[in-house]
Design a protein around this ligand. Structure first.
Ligand code: SF4
Ligand code: SF4
Length: 123
C-alpha cells in the first residue's frame, strides 16, 4: 500500500511564494487577480515568469494566502512533495524537519539559485 500524503503547509508561511514560472493560460486568465506591482514579464516556453518590484509572487495576498489558490500552477501544487522542490520546513509527509535538515535544504536552494544565475549570465 502506498504511503499516505499528509503534507499541509505551515500557517501563514508562504516562504516559497517567490518568482515562479506560471502557465501562460493561468496567467492570462487571472489578470484581474494580480496584487503585486509588476516590473517585467519574462516569456519562458509555455510559461511566463512574472517579476515584481518586491520579488514576491504577484498573486500572494497580504494575509499570505494565494489569490488564485484553486487554480494555482502545478509547480505550486508540487512544491514540497517532490524531491526537485523540497520545502525547507517540512518533509514530503508534512513532518517538521530538524534544524540540520532545514540547513541542508537551504543549501540546496542556494546552490540552485547560484546555478540559475550563472546560467542566465546574472552572475
Ligand atoms: S511549502 Fe513549505 S515553505 Fe512553502 S508555504 Fe508550505 S510550509 Fe511554507
Ligand atoms: S501562485 Fe499562489 S501558491 Fe503559487 S507562488 Fe503564487 S501565491 Fe504562491
Amino acid at each position: 500500500m502506498g504511503e499516505k500524503v499528509t503534507f499541509k503547509c505551515l500557517e501563514n508561511c508562504a516562504s516559497c511564494c517567490f518568482v515562479a514560472p506560471i502557465d501562460k493560460e493561468i496567467w492570462d486568465k487571472h489578470q484581474e487577480d494580480i496584487i503585486g506591482t509588476m516590473k517585467t514579464l519574462i516569456p519562458y516556453g509555455k510559461y511566463v515568469v512574472p517579476i515584481t518590484t518586491n520579488g514576491i509572487c504577484p498573486f500572494l495576498k497580504n494575509d499570505k494566502k494565494c489569490n488564485i489558490y484553486e487554480d494555482r500552477p502545478k509547480i505550486c501544487r508540487d512544491y514540497g512533495l517532490i524531491k526537485e522542490m523540497p520545502c525547507i520546513f517540512l518533509d514530503k509527509n508534512g513532518k517538521l524537519r530538524d534544524k540540520n535538515a532545514q540547513r541542508h535544504i537551504m543549501k540546496f536552494w542556494a546552490d540552485k539559485e547560484t546555478i540559475m544565475k550563472t546560467r542566465s549570465g546574472l552572475k
